[in-house]
Design a protein around this ligand. Sequence first.
Ligand SMILES: CC(=O)N[C@H]1[C@@H](O[C@@H]2[C@H](O)[C@H](O)[C@@H](O)[C@H](O)[C@H]2O)O[C@H](CO)[C@@H](O)[C@@H]1O
Ligand SMILES: [Zn+2]
Length: 307
Amino acid sequence: MSENAAHRLLLVHAHPDDESIGQGATMAKYVAEGRGVTLVTCTAGEMGEILVPELEHLAADKEDGLGEHRRGELDAAMRELGVTDHRFLGGFGTYRDSGMKWHDDGHAIAADEIHDNAFWHADLTQAADHLIAVIREVRPQVMVTYDEFGGYGHPDHIQAHRVAMYAAQLAAAPSYRRDLGEAWDIAKIYWGAMSESRIREGLRRLRDEGDTTTFEGMDPDGQLPPFFRPDEDITAEVDAGAYLEQKMAALKAHATQITADGPFFALANNEGQLVWGRELYRLVKGVPGEVGDHGWETDLFAGVPAG
Ligand SMILES: CC(=O)N[C@H]1[C@@H](O[C@@H]2[C@H](O)[C@H](O)[C@@H](O)[C@H](O)[C@H]2O)O[C@H](CO)[C@@H](O)[C@@H]1O
Ligand SMILES: [Zn+2]
């Protein structure tokens, strides 16, 4: 078995599409390099909007079939990235998308009405136990999830962060729930990140090209939403520009959520390479390995023995 095959990455995300948005290029790159990639998605995205008019009947307040449909979108997106191991936390339908609404400050907050089995109301230990079983089975050296704010505040993202971080801690405890498998300590944990400087460069490019509608309201020289982090917070950049096509195809597979002329595609291809092909991370557990010119790691497995 090649050394790469002994490296295993676990990603924990809230809804179908988050994985492709945040780390789609990294996932495709690592699969192509022969590394193991496992995705755990905590809900099926039942409460999402529907950008495809002929599918509006699937909406939660109509046929409530969007979760099943997005399961298919996720399958298609994973085929584009080459990922063969993707699971729903506790099994499909265990936890439901909690929905969200926008706060005046521009970040997401919990919806006014939330279903009984919404992920936001999940019992943290029970949800973590489902993930511990996966951690102890897959034995990943690296895990990726959201920061404590869930990126932009979505309650399911915040809950996915909490479950992932708690599960990683408990999975490493030999005396905790031996029935869930032999203890496994994940060597490195990263939170996905987006660069403030990168998006400012991209917004300036769009403005210079006369595009004033994409990323409407975001001034390249003004205040940006909190999920764009200052560069000093970032510790790793995976340059997966060579896999940008696979990432864009995976994004397109999530057709009810992402429009082909939306912000992810608006940036010119070379800008896309800069903004979307190079995926950024914050190391929050473990020892950083070799770094590149920018002082950031270029490989999430840097310094991690295979095995
Ligand atoms: C990327 C992501 O986390 N998407 C979530 C999010 O979707 C947003 C939501 O529908 C909002 O109402 C829209 O204005 C916004 O454009 C969407 O991105 O929340 C959904 C409901 O919880 C979730 O299904 C979707 O995956
Ligand atoms: Zn999401």
